[in-house]
Write a protein that binds this ligand. Structure first.
Ligand code: PEP
Ligand code: MG
Length: 596
């Protein structure tokens, strides 16, 4: 019998799949430089034109398929590939190399595209690194057509695709053949593959280093898109465990769906607000499906990061923003102005020793009005379509809010607009801001707690550093104390406070957060139904007592134990189901702790 092997990756699309491995290897194309004669130049360029035309035909088919299966927003991703394919500058660069180096078109395409991919990969931004795989797809496509080859995206039906890297186009094409799940060595959660897999409901694990070596044709594999774990050749009891876990998860999804129309209120009738965090326009359709009551955080920088540059015009921004506001109205859309810096690209090639403590968020915007002003204009012009509010990232001092307001008023004047009650809020992401929450609350209309950063800055633990990731803990009582401080200040000053970090989705945190006084949550739309389930299962006095206890404990581990116990006592079977759906500690409960 083959030995069981476990590979840990990153959960990219939720769900569990167990099935036969289909190793998908795009045969790597080696491109060699070939010298061509002066007479061949014209025909080489004609060959390039023909290959681009054929690639365009392929992509059109994929656009149609994506539109049919996933809707226009997903089709837009491939429309964007088409735009790259037709990009005049890119084309001219390739032709220039063919002419200057008297070389074959394959080589020239390779040179130009590799250069662009290198720039994206060196950006230090996970998001841009993921975009490099979009370029690879286009590059492969053109080169294959130059060789009259076909780029095949076929698999055996009902299998689990294991690959070094997949493109978004692959996943859409596989979906025609009933792909059960996918596991790949590369990729991040923001890759288009991950977005497509989530939209198609295909469980996926990315960043699974070594999976290609251990999963071969003929093996059975379990892909856990909730915990990020992959088990190759699972032993019978583990296979049984995953079959149970899959049934539980599917039951949870079905049950959660039935909650969509119900209000997010506790058993004793305390109403919570559940808004959505949005990054991509493809997610707009998920808002209604998951009953989001507006957008609590739109991370506007993603659009800029996709470009890798800062020339997204006011008009282009406005069109995207307008579409979002129109879809969300009559509910509110919260625009967070550009949060650049940290692990996200800077508007210069400048490198910092300590980027998370450096030029980031509002600091950049106040120094660079040429970024802030057009963005503000693009946002404010959407106010005629629906209700909006504006959120400032990485604020550490009230002075930053005052300086922002000067520009804000100037832009309103330029546009001939009245303020019209548009609310301005700040992210509470650094301990200093939480400690001064009363002062901020007097200056602004709302506060939004960003626990992803608040945790990293409170505990001095880089949120993206593998070496210290085990210590990163948003349930640490120090973090909880700062959250409480912010919520209390909001209450005293009559200013609403929401929470938009990942913590809002964690079943361990939700009862504590309600107990601390939180009433407004914002999270990725796919998590909202599961969050609602917990909210609808608790009583205010119980969670208040729980939160008070948690604040007295000495570390996050103790808090987790406390909540674990509490969930079992108070939520019983629901707690068990929730864990199966959202976190990976079910193994112990189901006696599968021996997975190794
Ligand atoms: C946060 O810091 O919690 C937050 C929501 O912002 P981001 O994750 O974009 O830094
Ligand atoms: Mg943040």
């Amino acid at each position: 019998m083959s030995t069981q092997v476990v590979v840990e990756g990153i959960a990219a699309a939720p769900g569990i799949a167990v099935g036969p491995v289909y190793p998908y290897a795009r045969d790597t194309i080696t491109v060699e430089q070939r010298v061509i004669s002066a007479e061949e130049l014209a025909s080489e360029i004609a060959r390039l034109d023909e290959a681009i035309l054929r690639s365009e035909r392929d992509l059109r088919k994929i656009v149609d398929l994506a539109r049919e299966k996933l809707g226009q927003d997903s089709a837009d991703i491939f429309e964007a590939h088409l735009l790259i394919l037709r990009d005049q500058e890119l084309y001219e660069n390739v032709v220039e190399i063919i002419r200057q180096e008297s070389c074959n078109a394959d080589y020239a395409v390779n040179q130009v595209m590799n250069k662009h991919r290198r720039v994206l990969k060196a950006s230090g931004s996970e998001y841009l690194q993921d975009r490099a795989s979009d370029l690879l797809d286009i590059q492969d496509r053109i080169i294959r057509h130059l060789r009259r080859g076909k780029l095949l995206s076929t698999i055996e039906p009902n299998s689990i695709v294991v690959a070094a890297n997949l493109t978004a186009a692959d996943v859409v094409l596989f979906s025609r053949r009933g792909i059960l799940g996918c596991a790949m060595e590369a990729g991040g959660t923001t890759s288009h593959v991950a977005i497509m897999a989530r939209a198609l409901g295909v469980p996926a694990v990315v960043s699974a280093h070594g999976i290609m070596q251990v999963a071969a044709r003929g093996n059975i594999v379990a892909v856990d898109g909730l915990s990020g774990r992959i088990v190759v050749n699972p032993e019978p009891h583990i296979e049984h465990f995953y079959a149970t876990r899959r049934r539980r998860y599917e039951a949870l999804v079905r049950q959660n769906r039935s909650l969509v129309a119900l209000p997010a209120e506790t058993l004793d009738g305390v109403r919570m607000q559940l808004r959505a965090n949005i990054e991509f326009k493809e997610e707009i359709k998920l808002l209604k499906e998951n009953a989001a009551e507006g957008v609590g955080l739109f991370r506007t920088e993603i659009m800029f990061l996709m470009r890798g540059q800062f020339d997204v015009s006011e008009e282009e921004q406005h069109l995207t923003y307008r579409k979002l506001v129109a879809a969300v109205a009559p509910d509110i859309t919260t625009f967070r102005v550009l949060d650049l810096g940290g692990d996200k690209l800077l508007p210069t090639g400048h490198r910092e020793h300590n980027p998370f403590l450096g030029w980031r968020g509002i600091r950049i915007l106040l120094d660079r009005p040429e970024l802030l002003r057009p963005q503000l204009r693009a946002i404010l012009r959407t106010a005629e379509v629906g209700p909006i509010r504006i959120l400032l990232p990485m604020v550490t001092s009230v002075d930053e809010v005052r300086r922002f307001r000067i520009t804000y008023r100037e832009v309103l004047d330029e546009l001939g607009m009245e303020d019209g009650g548009i609310q301005i809020g700040v992210m509470i992401e650094v301990p200093g801001a939480a400690l001064q929450a009363d002062i901020f609350a007097k200056e602004v209309d709302f506060l939004s707690i960003g626990t992803n950063d608040l945790t990293q800055y409170t505990l001095a633990i880089d949120r993206g550093n593998d070496l210290v990731t085990a210590m990163y803990d948003e349930l640490h009582p120090a973090v909880l104390a700062l959250i409480k401080m912010t919520l209390d200040a909001g209450l005293r000053q009559g200013v609403p406070v929401s929470l938009c970090g990942e913590m809002a989705t964690n079943p361990h945190s939700i009862p504590i957060l309600i107990g601390l006084g939180l009433r407004e949550f914002s999270a990725s739309p796919i998590f909202l139904p599961a969050m609602k389930r917990i909210i609808r299962s608790v009583r205010l006095p119980d969670v208040e007592a729980l939160a008070a206890k948690a604040l007295q404990l000495s570390d996050g581990h103790q808090v987790r134990e406390l909540v674990d116990h509490w969930l079992d006592e108070n939520l019983g079977e629901i707690a068990h189901l929730l864990r199966a759906g959202t976190i990976d500690d079910l193994e112990e409960k189901d006696g599968a702790a021996g997975v190794s």
